[in-house]
Ligand binder design. Structure first.
Ligand code: ATP
Length: 728
């Protein structure tokens, strides 16, 4: 091994376990790295080999700062990853993850342009590099979507992304999987060329023999490095012809030693092999690893001051996370560097392209709120009509110029009612019993005579005569809304009937009108519909609900596909990610809301008395809070199904408890205070006041609605950022 070489990666006594923390109370953590040491000199290729599950990816992710190690130290390009100002993760490193982590709806060129923008490369440079890399890796230059490429081709595009910005350090997790041997050898040739130009490279592979081309190989097993030397040196040392045999031999040794020493201590293989049966072999091995360790120690001594400062920095960081200080956490979130407008633009363009590639879905999204409000306006709040009622008119009074029972029937509103006439009461009643009519209307044989007596012979009238003038109505009360409509309409019909009767008798019909006189309302219309009452709440709920859906799963999907990870590794920050998401979705929201309001107010003519701008702004802010809430969900949730369940599950309590379909004044007092804390309740109230009362911001109910929604937006965004930061 070469001496005193500056190291690109220096891993010292690093242990790592998944789980731990609170979750370890329920499920024990898995220890994956066990006081591991690794050294990659600058300008060299390091082949990290080991069986599946031995911890290679975990080690690489620790080096990238993607996993937070609890003990030991890591320096990458001279500093610990994630150090303030250090571009690891960032532009100093090219990372090819094991998963594809590409946008299936982008072409390779678009993909490279996007990552090129994130890495700060000019478009012309990206074009030149993209052409070179696509040709080198035998990828189609024409505009073919990544999802339509073969698995091997897709992985090569992913490889191109890592190489694109020519970083000084490449971390490649199985770049040659699914690549034919010829191309594999081309890739290795290119990697060797890169290393000659000074690029340091770590590469994991399952094809052990291809790692012979690496300058150093690290053979890893169960979270430890069994050996770390030049491939030829290892073969010579173990008298093997292939690395595969060397690896087998080392594994065999480790197994034997593990049998003898159940608890393997931190000096790992050295002690293990020293206890083994094959003392010669063990002695040789001690020498071999001592070579590594001496080398490591040299570097360790050389960098002691840096290491100390790194350890100090790390402990501060874990205290911050464990701790409490929300302020400190926020400070850390904002201090690592100001958000780059360039990155925001790149993410915005990427999100825009994603939207555009799903054009059908995009149009549907634009129209969805309008479709909902149209359906609402058609279906909710209008009076029921065409209601069948069965009528049994037994009035047979003779000797009067007019039949009053017929006069009553003539006043019935034929839009509301469909009349079914029956000659006897039991038949009429049966119609209701079998569900063919909503009510039975019965007038007795002396109806005309007894009605006249009721009004003209008031002094001597008997109860029997009074009852003879009754119109008896039997209602099917199983549907409250229909029954209420029938009741109200029949009372109105009787009023009309009385007026008509007085008019025929030559009197003034006004004398039978109720003296309770409802003058013009102070606010609102004289005959408001239920639609008008529900509309403000509906506009608010639709805006909130649709927007939650816009963002709730976007980041979850990106996280699952490794795309978020890739973004973090090239240096995207939380603020940039959130800003780009909110910016593009705001454009979508703007169109959605404008369309929805136009349909509600101008097509369906829901009356409004206040400022159109305030109406629009409040509904937009409600949508923005929905988007922020969606982001919060996707920051903390890992599965799309859970994200969708939360997003839809939250809507029902909101609809039920925000006073949207029934006045809050009817809700129990203790529950009312809960519903006031929802992001829709006070805004729906404010919107109702703007729409029906014409109020502006000078009224408390209106400014309160704006203040509350701005508060919710701030709360959602801050916690979404904290969530993203913690899970970054
Ligand atoms: N997020 C995780 N949570 C819990 N355990 C994990 C997680 N990721 C990996 N592991 C476990 O850690 C161990 C090491 O995984 P790692 O992916 O580092 O192995 P690897 O050597 O890269 O394997 P491969 O070659 O198959 O990719 C495995 O046992 C794996 O199950």
């Amino acid at each position: 091994m070469e001496e005193n070489r500056e190291l690109a990666i220096e891993v010292r006594y690093v242990s790592f376990q998944y789980g731990g923390g609170l979750s370890s109370c329920f499920m024990p953590g898995t220890r994956v790295l066990n006081r591991i040491n690794m050294s990659l000199p600058r300008g060299k290729i390091y082949g990290l080999l080991g069986a599946s599950g031995c911890g290679k990816t975990t080690l690489l992710r620790c080096c990238l700062g993607r996993l937070n190690t609890k003990s030991g130290s890591i320096k990458v390009l001279g500093k610990p990853p994630l150090s303030p100002g250090h571009q690891v993760p960032g532009r100093m490193v090219g990372y090819m993850p094991q998963e594809l982590a590409l946008y299936g709806n982008f072409t390779p060129t678009e993909t490279l342009r996007y990552f090129g923008m994130l890495c700060g490369i000019s478009q012309s440079e990206v074009t030149t590099r993209a052409r070179f890399l696509l040709t080198l890796l035998k990828l189609p230059l024409e505009q073919k979507l990544i999802k339509k490429l073969s698995g091997g081709q897709q992985r090569r595009v992913s490889f191109c992304v890592a190489l694109l910005h020519e970083p000084p350090l490449l971390i490649l997790d199985e770049p040659t999987v699914g690549v034919d041997p010829l191309l594999r050898s081309e890739i290795w040739k290119y990697l060797v060329q890169l290393s000659e130009k000074g690029t340091s490279i770590v590469i994991t592979t399952h094809y052990i023999e291809e790692a012979r081309q690496a300058h150093i190989v690290g053979l890893m097993r169960s979270g430890r490095l069994l050996a770390e030397r030049e491939p030829q040196y290892l073969c010579d040392f173990y008298h093997c012809t292939t690395l595969e045999e060397v690896f087998l031999k080392l594994c065999h040794h480790q197994e034997q030693s593990a049998e003898q020493s159940a608890d393997v201590d931190d000096n790992t293989a050295i002690n293990v092999y020293a206890n083994g049966e094959d003392t010669d072999e063990a002695t040789k091995h001690v020498a071999l690893l001592n070579g590594c360790t001496n080398n490591s120690n040299n570097n360790l001594n050389e960098h002691t001051p840096l290491l100390n400062s790194e350890i100090h920095w790390k402990s501060t960081r874990s205290q911050t996370y464990a701790g409490v200080g929300l302020g400190l956490l926020l400070w850390r979130m904002f201090t690592p560097g100001l958000p780059s407008p360039w990155n925001i633009l790149a993410l915005f363009v990427k999100n825009f392209l994603k939207f555009m590639r799903n054009f059908g879905l995009l149009i549907f999204q634009f129209l969805l709120p309008s479709i909902q409000i149209i359906l609402f306006c058609f279906a909710i709040g209008k009076a029921p009509y065409g209601l069948p009622i069965s009528i049994c008119n037994e009035d047979n009074t003779s000797g009067f110029p007019i039949s009053l029972s017929q006069l009553f029937i003539d006043q019935l509103d034929n839009e509301t009612f469909v009349q079914i006439h029956k000659t006897n009461f039991s038949d009429a009643y049966h119609e209701v019993e079998i569900g063919k009519a909503w009510a039975v209307v019965h007038m007795r044989s002396n109806f005309t005579r007894d009605t006249i007596s009721r009004y003209l012979e008031a002094e001597n009238i008997t109860n029997a005569t009074l009852e003879g003038g009754y119109i008896n109505i039997g209602l099917d009360m199983s549907n409250f809304q229909i029954a209420a409509t029938i009741q109200a309409t029949l009372i109105k019909t009787y009023q009309l009937f009385l007026e008509k009767m007085v008019e025929i008798a030559g009197g003034n019909p006004l004398i039978v009108e109720s003296p309770i006189n409802f003058t013009d309302p102070v606010y609102g219309d004289r005959d408001p519909t239920f639609t008008e009452f529900v509309a403000p709440g509906m506009l608010i709920t639709i805006s909130f609900g649709i927007s939650v859906g816009l963002t709730a799963i976007s980041l979850i999907v990106e996280r699952k596909e490794g795309l978020l990870d890739r973004g973090w590794v090239v240096g995207v920050g939380v603020i940039e990610m959130v800003t780009a998401q909110l910016l593009l979705n705001s454009v979508v929201l703007l169109i959605q809301i404008t369309l929805m309001i136009s349909f509600a107010l101008f097509v369906f003519q829901i009356p409004y008395h206040g400022s159109l701008f305030l109406i629009w702004l409040l509904i937009f802010l409600e949508g923005f809070s929905g988007m922020s809430f969606g982001l919060l969900i996707s920051a903390f949730v890992s599965e799309e199904v859970s994200g969708l369940q939360i997003a839809t599950g939250i809507l029902y309590p909101i609809i039920l408890l925000s006073g949207i379909i029934w006045p809050l004044e009817a809700v129990p007092f203790w529950l009312r205070s809960i519903s006031y804390s929802f992001p829709t309740t006070l805004t729906a109230n404010a919107l109702r006041s703007i729409i029906t009362r014409g109020w502006g911001l000078e009224h408390q109910q209106v400014w309160e609605g704006f203040a509350v929604i701005l508060g919710w937006i701030t709360f959602f965004i801050i916690f979404a950022m904290i969530g993203l930061k913690l899970r970054k």
